[in-house]
Design a protein around this ligand. Sequence first.
Ligand SMILES: [Zn+2]
Ligand SMILES: [Zn+2]
Length: 619
Amino acid sequence: MRVAYGSLRCGKSCRKCDYLKLGLCTGCRLPRRSLCLAYRCVVGRMRVMGLTLRCETCPLAPACIKSGRFSPPKPDMYRELDSKLKSWSQKPPDIILPRLVPEIPLEDPVRPRKDLGMDGVIVSVSRTDSENVRRVEEEGIHDFLDFDGQVLLSTIMPDRLLTGETFSFTLSFAKKAGFDGVIGWDMPVYADYPKALNLSNLIEATLLTIKYVEEGIPTIPLLKGGDPSEIAFHSEWLRRLGFKRVGLHVTEYILAKSPVNIGVSRGFAKISEDLYSLGLLKIYGIGAKLLAMGILSLKNFPEFYKSDAGASLAGMPWLIEARNWRAYTGTPSGVGVINLAKHFMECNCEACSGKSPSQIARSPDDIAWHNWVQLREYAEKEKLDEKPAYDMMLEKDDVMAVIGDLHIGTPQSLWLPCLRRLKKIHPTHLVLLGDTFDFTKGKPRASHVVSFLRLLKNLGVHMRSVSGCADSNVPAFLETLGRFAFAKGPEEPQLYNPNQMLTEAIRDLVVLWRFSKRKIKVKLTNGKVVVLSHGHELGFQRNADPEKVMKELLRKKDPNEVRVIGHYHKSLYRPEEGGIMLGAWQATTSEEKEIGFSPDIADMLIIRGDGSTELVKGM
Ligand SMILES: [Zn+2]
Ligand SMILES: [Zn+2]
């Protein structure tokens, strides 16, 4: 054994160290500078949990050499652990787990569904005094979740909760609520923690894990360690305690793989990754099965799932993503998500079949069940089908109006007559086909912006907006916002007391800007998909021959698609070929007059949910 002497990470001389004598510590073998807490704290400016960067107020001071208050943890606790290990005769039973175990937060649960292959779940708690905790104590966890499968209690919690008091809570909570087992006890142990603190936390975690077993609770311990030697002796204790299933919290290691996310150095990421691999090796080495905690998303799906048939994976990213309206799907290049906050998804998976796309898009629980089913499928097949996603889906009786090139801001804009026409037709859906505002050649007035959007709102339609050429130029857009921000008189008074209408106009423009997309896809009930874009992306001059534009528009088109564009201010109606060009709601401009171009004005395209279309001619 090589022992490094001198000022060590724990701050204690190895020569006098009880831990070293007990064989608990092998000394600091890693390069001292990169792991020394004082170095990280002062020079590295690294954020370490609990560090205040001032020794006077730092809660870690007793464990940090820099503070001058360093006192190594008393070895009494270790002696207790040592005697427990020596006299240990129990054989904790192997806890049979499904391969994939959903983790569900007690404060915001989703109902576990056995019919979707959720045979066991892990419940995590983030509070000990909530209404849900009280209800679970009363009803029992199985009734609370309406679930008769296996339910384990996870003790992985925010560090501030990992106290003796919380431990006692979990002990009685697990029994009272009828949990089928416990995962833990967890304690904070980090690669950049003072070694002395890691040691005492590991000892305490092991002692409290033993307590669960002694109380007759089926227990899955968590393997931890801030450096290879810590992982080595912790896994040795777990081996001597006879655990057949050991948990490893993977999140922090996977996070560390992408240093940008948590702002740590590449070196630190490497250390975390190495510790993670070592943890895996140790668990296999002591003949235990693995429970990998904190994973279960399509991203970072671990490679060992296939190679280690005994391993179980647990986590809640699939649920968190569902709560953020993200639904799993296959993509041409692999896997990804569909944002259901702004799309509808067609899916016939076990979880989705029989539900309408709009129902799924409104229900985070339905998305969660879908994600779960996709995750299972991905685990087995390592690929997923791509789920079609649409911006809107029409029902049979729905009527969608399409309006092109309003050019609000130019004197020729016909936005008011257009809104009047819309009011008469009262469609259920509306698509603005781009160049709704004209920031480049026009100068929209704030009052027009505000009344246009207010009147639109009064129509009560589902609206989508395509971004065009005259309304997507960034400098021109910012120029307009700036003009609204400082429209009246000296600037200082406006800073303190902005004009309400101008403020509303700015907000409306920003919202519409963010809301607008280059392409809108609408699904009809006859299976056709209408794809709407502005049309400038085809690259023709504004006064190009419409037949030529149409030919380009129809190139490489899916037979199921109907493509609709504006921009050329010409209507060319060829629905049977799958292409429609739509004129403008802008009267002839002087420029157009000069070159002898006569636009089609005030045409409106009507598309019904049943697939029928109609071009309502204007003038
Ligand atoms: Zn689905
Ligand atoms: Zn345009």
